[in-house]
Unconditional design. Structure first.
Length: 519
């Protein structure tokens, strides 16, 4: 394939080059934190999965308050967060009962940016990722990346075991930065996009550092029968995006959004042009039929971003499905974001619900929704775009919001204390209800996209909603930019739906960007 020759900023090249290599470990059980001292400060490039009231956090990069300047990089041991324990977000990593490090079999690949899935029996599966560079972990010896392995953390024996080579006939390579989603009840795991290099799979060992190939495919892993399927998506090769499951219909749909792409697929640090995937449209995958489609969005579209997190909250009456997007980084000017947006379905409108704060800018984080509480784990800010070269925070400094943050999606307020018993059922936030109609319990009146449906099948999936007899029609009172009518709701006795064209104004979209500091 031909490679475009537009030079990018120096940080891009240095960061890509430094992050595409590998390291090795001996057998046995050890604490992967190694020589880190003090209290846990930051973590990023990790992956997480939430099972009931417990969050498993897989390998990531970390900083600690006892670190010396220029010696801040540590490969953190996997750990668990027990949500049945109360904790203060400012102290959870400081020997709190809710935080427990996990000793594991060292045959398990110590890869960051991998894919994590879970099944209905609460077993965890790991695939792919990046084998970290030796220079980042001075007390580790070098080793070569392995093949495309799947590992299972068996709940019964509390240890990892390697799965036999998956069947299915499709070739699957170890991949980094793929966007993951899973359906526990069906035993299906998905991984969309991502990229491969000499730091992800042994078959690419001869590739030069700094060279990578972005993927335009999606892997489906069947946890029940240990088999692969490799789908083509029809999209431009992409990475650093998000993939979420929306539970509508028999098996639901997956939505792919954000990140960056490259029409040529191949990437060379400092040479290849990278483009952003903007949010003016999203890609949808019908799990039952195995078909991709696209859908145009409208509203207060987020600035282009990569390495963000996303969760899904469903109205009580299923009149709206709300994709909550938080944080991330731009790829043109080395910014990280602290804002939060909602893409509400089926109207496919973007609504900004929180500006965030400067000291809460984060990328390379993960998040999970527990009723009305969004738990945000880790992330790095713009002050740490390349942690090894620009080692902030300095020795002994640690932001109180750097490890775990909690956002109440009902009240739209950030909180510092976790209490499982204080959770409530999800309620549609006021800024969302003002745009789609209805109230906190649902009854949304806008049931079609302003831009029209691109897929008859997706329209069919969303057409089964019928307003309950006790639903009062509360018409939208403003556009999703807040520039419309009064925010006071208008109620009517009729239960008929209104056209979205009566209440929405399409907004111009933000420009594309083309620089990649957070890969």
């Amino acid at each position: 394939m031909l490679m475009t020759m537009m030079k990018t900023a120096p940080l891009l090249g240095s960061l890509i080059f430094s992050m595409l290599s590998s390291t090795s470990l001996a057998s046995g059980l050890i604490n992967r934190r190694q020589d880190a001292t003090g209290d846990l400060c930051r973590i990023w490039d990790h992956r997480t999965v939430m099972i009931d009231d417990w969050i498993y956090v897989d390998f990531g990069v970390s900083t600690w308050t006892g670190d010396k300047d220029n010696e801040i990089m540590h490969l953190i041991n996997p750990f668990g967060i027990n949500l049945t324990q109360k904790f203060d977000t400012k102290t959870i990593g400081h020997e709190n009962d809710a935080y427990t490090e996990i000793a594991i079999n060292l045959d398990v690949p110590s890869t960051t940016k991998s894919v994590i899935w879970a099944d209905k029996d609460q077993n965890i599966y790991k695939w792919g990722g990046f084998y970290p560079l030796k220079a980042f972990w001075g007390n580790y010896s070098q080793f070569d990346p392995r093949g495309s392995e799947v590992w299972k953390l068996d709940k019964k024996i509390a240890n990892w075991t390697q799965q036999p080579a998956p069947t299915g006939g499709d070739e699957v390579s170890g991949t980094r930065n793929a966007a993951a989603a899973y359906l526990p009840e069906l035993g299906l795991g998905f991984a969309a996009g991502g990229h491969v290099s000499n730091g992800t799979d042994k078959k690419f060992a001869s590739w030069t550092d700094g060279h990578a190939l972005m993927l335009d495919s999606m892997v489906t892993y069947n946890m029940g029968n240990n088999s692969w399927t490799n789908h083509t998506t029809g999209m431009t090769p992409f990475t650093l995006s998000a993939l979420v499951h929306v539970p509508i219909g028999e098996k639901g749909i997956l939505i792919s959004m954000g990140g960056i792409d490259n029409p040529g697929g191949y990437y060379q640090a400092g040479v290849t042009e990278i483009e952003a995937r903007d949010f003016d449209s999203v890609s949808l995958y019908d799990v039952e039929r195995g078909a991709w489609s696209t859908q145009r969005t409208t509203g207060d579209t987020p600035p282009n971003r990569l390495s963000f997190c996303a969760v899904v909250a469903v109205a009580a009456d299923k009149s709206s499905y709300n994709l909550i997007v938080h944080g991330g980084a731009s790829n043109d000017d080395n910014r990280a974001f602290s804002d939060t947006y909602v893409l509400t379905l089926p109207s496919f409108q973007w609504i900004k619900i929180d500006d965030g704060a400067k000291n809460m800018e984060r990328a390379d984080h993960t998040c999970h929704l527990s009723k009305n509480k969004m738990i945000v784990i880790g992330g790095r800010g713009a002050d740490q775009s390349n942690p090894q070269i620009d080692p902030l925070p300095k020795n002994g400094e640690c932001e109180p919001t750097s490890f775990i943050n909690i956002f109440d999606v009902n009240t739209l307020k950030w909180e510092t204390n976790w209490d499982l018993e204080a959770r409530e059922d999800f309620k549609v936030p006021t800024p969302v209800a003002e745009v789609i109609g209805g109230d906190e319990n649902g009854c949304a009146t806008v049931q079609e996209p302003e831009a029209g449906w691109k897929s008859a099948r997706i329209r069919e999936l969303f057409s089964n909603y019928t307003a309950a007899s006790d639903c009062k029609v509360i018409r939208p009172t403003r556009t999703s930019t807040g520039s419309g009518a009064s925010a006071t709701s208008t109620q009517e006795g009729s239960s008929s739906m209104i056209s979205p064209k009566d209440s929405l104004v399409y907004l111009g979209l933000l420009s594309l960007v083309a620089y990649l500091p957070f890969i």
